[in-house]
Design a protein around this ligand. Structure first.
Ligand code: HEC
Ligand code: HEC
Ligand code: HEC
Ligand code: HEC
Length: 162
């Protein structure tokens, strides 16, 4: 019942409202977590060992914070924060990256940068609690024309993933 985009962005007030409405109309409730939050790649390892190993070993995303960090001296604070929208997991979203000190497990891009926040799914193990069907639009959020002149989705679909 949670639309995937809105699920990420829904404020807790809105989520509480939705639960109340769902209760009143007797429909399915939103589940324990009102807003799904980001848990980091280590939390996925236990059940998805293979994807985890290949991700950590081969994906540049697994080191994406370093790309920003090496250039940090030359960046204003505003520029630095802009970088994080594409180079850290869930920055600016509920339960996403805040700072290296507070949320070190989210400083690089993880599984959830594509599959969405995983807090419900790691509890339930239910495939319906995680985003699996990705389209090119999901990649273009970060791989936009400014970044990559010629982003070809199909050959790259599993590139950068696992
Ligand atoms: C407690 C075990 C468990 C944990 C932890 C877990 N998963 Fe899963 N996941 C499952 C099971 C079970 C399935 C369904 C069977 C399968 O596809 O392997 C699944 C399926 C998936 C799918 C496919 C869904 C579909 O509709 O086909 C994705 C994507 C996924 N998990 C991502 C993640 C991510 C990302 C994390 C970490 C945030 C994670 N999982 C953590 C158990 C887990
Ligand atoms: C949250 C932003 C974001 C999303 C969403 C995203 N990417 Fe990326 N991707 C990046 C960044 C940033 C890098 C570069 C990491 C670095 O080197 O610092 C990257 C790197 C890559 C690379 C380079 C090779 C490698 O090993 O990592 C490929 C291929 C790639 N992404 C494919 C995809 C595909 C396919 C999707 C959609 C299914 C996608 N990405 C979604 C941010 C994103
Ligand atoms: C709109 C999303 C977005 C923003 C904002 C962004 N990046 Fe990236 N960045 C990417 C993507 C996507 C790639 C991967 C391009 C590819 O490999 O095709 C990338 C790649 C890089 C790379 C190359 C890494 C490598 O190994 O090749 C560096 C360095 C980098 N970004 C630094 C930065 C810095 C510093 C900032 C902030 C000033 C920034 N980026 C802001 C999306 C973004
Ligand atoms: C660059 C984006 C991206 C990242 C990062 C990513 N995945 Fe995926 N994942 C995909 C795509 C694309 C699919 C294929 C979905 C489809 O078939 O439409 C997929 C499919 C899956 C599946 C379903 C089974 C399969 O292999 O087809 C699981 C489970 C999964 N991913 C887990 C993970 C885990 C765990 C991580 C982190 C270690 C991760 N993913 C990181 C893009 C990503």
């Amino acid at each position: 019942m949670i639309d995937r985009q809105r699920g990420w962005r829904m404020t807790s007030a809105a989520a509480v409202g939705a639960v109340i409405i769902a209760t009143i109309i007797g429909g399915p409730q939103l589940g324990s977590a009102e807003v799904r939050t980001y848990v980091g790649v280590e939390a996925c390892m236990e059940c998805h060992e293979e994807e985890y190993q290949s991700y950590i070993s081969y994906s540049k995303k697994a080191h994406s914070y370093d790309s920003v960090d090496v250039m940090r001296k030359g960046l204003s604070e505003k520029e630095y924060l802009e970088c994080l929208q594409c180079h850290a997991t869930g920055y600016g979203q509920p339960g996403g990256f805040v700072s290296v000190a507070e949320t070190p497990h989210l400083q690089n891009l993880g599984c959830e940068s594509c599959h969405g926040p995983g807090s419900d799914h790691i509890d339930s193990g239910d495939p319906d609690d995680i985003i699996a069907n990705l389209s090119v639009a999901d990649c273009e959020r970060c791989h936009n024309s400014e970044r990559v002149a010629n982003f070809k989705f199909k050959p790259l679909l599993f590139g950068g993933a696992h």
